[in-house]
Design a binder for this molecule. Structure first.
Ligand SMILES: [Zn+2]
Length: 287
């Protein structure tokens, strides 16, 4: 083979490798970007666990010594959170993201704050009068803890791990659930999307991003069907979906149909914690 031909072949191979292997990056709306204090050289097994806390959310993401918790579950499921943290030797939490202020998302916020070393709290900026939120507000006021109320999206980088925290775009919504912070995680060739309890308006906002395909989605609002969720799914084409509720029987039939159409494999937390592990290339899901 001629030398020039060989060179062209090598260049073509390299070109296609770049497009196949590199994950597509989500462009956040804001310019905030922080590299975490954890070593930038970090590599290893990413762990994402979606806990069995009934119809409520508690997601724990770890890589090496880095830890992010997205929501804290119902307070009555505190034992489940405690057991997971103890089993995995977690005492430091770099970020606690409270997607919104409903009891099924902030139920164990006070427990987490009083038992673990939480460095940053990120939450949307709105008010809610409920026992769970009043307890949480009282605790942070008494302990002079100041959550971060972001107005722009924030990107957290830990080595190859990139976490985009997507803030609600409006200052006021008719439904509390639409204040939900959405979290997009990218590690190696896989991307993971956590949608809080986003409903039609908030899922519509997500359509404004250049999303690309995702490996896994924590479906919004415990499996409730919304047309904009279907539009997002048509873009992200997830291979796996996690529904944070007791069983398949309680999930909207339209939601199950929507995932079946895409060939997405579904998991329900009611059957036990869903644990996802990945080295950036290979991926395992245990339940
Ligand atoms: Zn919820």
């Amino acid at each position: 083979m001629k030398r020039s031909k060989l060179l062209i072949l090598i260049l073509l191979a390299l070109f296609s490798l770049i497009f196949i292997v590199l994950p597509q990056r989500i462009e956040t709306k804001g310019s905030n970007e922080v590299s975490n204090e954890v070593s930038n050289e970090v590599s290893g097994i990413l762990s994402i666990s979606v806990l069995d806390t009934d119809k409520s959310d508690c997601i724990i993401i770890t890589l090496d010594s880095f830890c992010m918790i997205i929501d804290t579950g119902y307070s009555r499921k505190q034992k489940c959170v405690e057991e997971y943290m103890t089993k995995n030797g977690i005492s430091n939490i770099n970020y606690m993201v409270l997607t919104h202020l409903d009891a099924d998302h902030i139920g164990n916020a006070v427990y987490i704050l009083s038992h673990y070393n939480v460095k940053n709290i990120i939450q949307p900026d709105y008010e809610k009068n409920s026992t769970a939120n009043n307890n949480y507000q009282k605790y942070i006021a008494e302990h002079k803890i100041e959550p971060r109320y972001l107005t722009d999206d924030l990107t957290v980088k830990v080595g190859e791990l990139e976490i985009c925290i997507l803030m609600p775009m409006k200052t006021e919504y008719e439904l509390d659930n639409d204040y939900s912070i959405i979290v997009s995680v990218s590690y190696g060739i896989h991307k993971y999307l956590f949608c809080g309890d986003a409903q039609e308006v908030r899922m519509g906002e997500l359509l404004q991003y250049d999303l690309g395909e995702y490996t896994l989605i924590k479906t919004p609002h415990h499996g409730q069907y919304k047309p904009n969720t279907e539009k997002v799914l048509d873009i992200i084409k997830p291979r796996y979906c996690i529904v944070t509720r007791e069983s398949a029987d309680l999930t909207a039939k339209k939601t199950i149909k929507m995932y079946e159409k895409l060939g997405t494999r579904m998991y329900w937390t009611g059957y036990g914690n869903v644990e996802v592990k990945s080295d950036g290339k290979n991926l395992w899901i245990l339940q």
